[in-house]
Structures are given as structure tokens and as C-alpha cells.
Design a protein around this ligand. Structure first.
Ligand code: AMP
Ligand code: ZN
Length: 138
């Protein structure tokens, strides 16, 4: 096992509020959400950034976004979402394992990119709401 935080989350060594996984992709709530439902979608295979991923994993990431982003948004009662990827330290990438941010947005609420600090219980509730929505939409 390497020393990568997100690899440890995929392996279950570090706990996360998981909402989805398949053979290539893993999705869980960001612990410092800029909005309720802020989700990180990552490739299971370690790669420092998108350019280092295989094309297959890069495609799997986008397929997961296609399938998840709107349902996550609806689950938290939002109407739109921002997608974000910080690619490289110069761009603000803190965790050097490919991840895409899904940030649901409510009409009339300022679109800030400021982290919030919900409790584990609050995050667990949001994750459960999203899982219910994902399961019911299948
Ligand atoms: P970036 O700045 O694009 O590398 O984003 C990394 C994200 O990972 C930040 O939004 C953090 O809040 C988030 N993060 C850091 N540690 C954890 C963790 N243990 N579980 C969930 N999200 C995390
Ligand atoms: Zn990793």
C-alpha cells in the first residue's frame, strides 16, 4: 500500500461516506464540502492526475459523472451543479490522486468555493439521502 490518502479510502483503511463504487471508480463525500452533497469521484487505480490515468479510467470517471451528478444534485434538493478538477499543485490540487468534484448548487445561494465543516453525523445523513436516491433511480 502506498501512502496515498485516497488509495487508503478505496481500500477502506481510512473511513469515508461512500455513495457509489464500481470496478474502476469510487465516490464519497468531501469532508470539507463547499455545498451539501459535495462529492469526490475518484479512479480506484492510483494516478497522480488525469493525464496519468489510462484512457479507460478517464472514460469511466466521466461515465460515473454522467450517471451520478444529477441524481446527487436532486438528492440534496439542489437544481444545478459545478464540476471541478484541480490538476496539478499549481492549480490547487492537494491530494495527488485523480478526483473530480461534484458540487450541487441551490438557486439563490451564493456559489462559493469555501469549505464548510459539517459533523460526521451530518455527512452520514447526506450520504444516506444520496444512496437512497441512487438506489431508487435504478
Ligand atoms: P483538491 O484540492 O482538488 O486536491 O481536493 C481535495 C479534496 O479532498 C478537498 O476538497 C478536501 O476537503 C478533500 N478531503 C481531504 N481529506 C479527505 C477525507 N479524508 N475524506 C474526504 N474528503 C477529503
Ligand atoms: Zn492514490
Amino acid at each position: 500500500m502506498n501512502d496515498c490518502l485516497f488509495c487508503k479510502i478505496v481500500a477502506g483503511i481510512i473511513p469515508s461516506h461512500k455513495i457509489f463504487e464500481n470496478d474502476r471508480v469510487f465516490a464519497f463525500l468531501d469532508i470539507g464540502p463547499v455545498s451539501p452533497g459535495h462529492t469526490l469521484v475518484i479512479t480506484k487505480a492510483h494516478a497522480e492526475n488525469l493525464a496519468a490515468n489510462t484512457v479507460e479510467d478517464a472514460c469511466a470517471l466521466m461515465v460515473a459523472i454522467h450517471d451520478l451528478a444529477l441524481k446527487i444534485t436532486q438528492a440534496v434538493g439542489a437544481q444545478g451543479y459545478n464540476l471541478g478538477m484541480n490538476h496539478g499543485v499549481a492549480a490547487g490540487q492537494d491530494v495527488l490522486h485523480t478526483h473530480l468534484h461534484i458540487m450541487p448548487r441551490q438557486e439563490g445561494v451564493a456559489r462559493e468555493f469555501k469549505k464548510t465543516h459539517p459533523s460526521q453525523e451530518e455527512l452520514a445523513k447526506v450520504a444516506e439521502m444520496i444512496r437512497v436516491q441512487l438506489n431508487s433511480a435504478n
